[in-house]
Design a binder for this molecule. Structure first.
Ligand SMILES: [Zn+2]
Length: 90
């Protein structure tokens, strides 16, 4: 385990019992630009806020592999990104 001093990126709060379930799909393209990402030092799934052209989505990498959400506009995707970190979506 890496020292906590390396934790400079945000961490997700634990998902609430009534958290909205995000639909995760297999990765279709690899070349998206990463805008923000969750802490990559701590164990557990890593999340990336990605953009490809004008289409935004979230990518999740865990021991089960890499998956991503549908594509939306920036505002919609940033709202879901915030909900993910707040534990009201998972
Ligand atoms: Zn961390």
């Amino acid at each position: 385990m890496v020292a906590a001093v390396n934790c400079v990126s945000p961490h997700l709060l634990s998902a609430r019992d009534d958290a909205e379930e995000i639909a995760w799909f297999a990765v279709t393209v690899d070349s998206a630009r990463v805008i923000e990402h969750s802490c990559s030092f701590c164990p557990g799934p890593g999340y990336e806020l990605c953009v490809l052209g004008a289409r935004w989505f979230i990518r999740r990498t865990s021991r089960k592999g890499t998956h991503e959400t549908m594509r939306w506009r920036e505002r919609t995707t940033r709202r879901l990104w915030a909900e993910l970190f707040a534990g009201v979506a998972r």
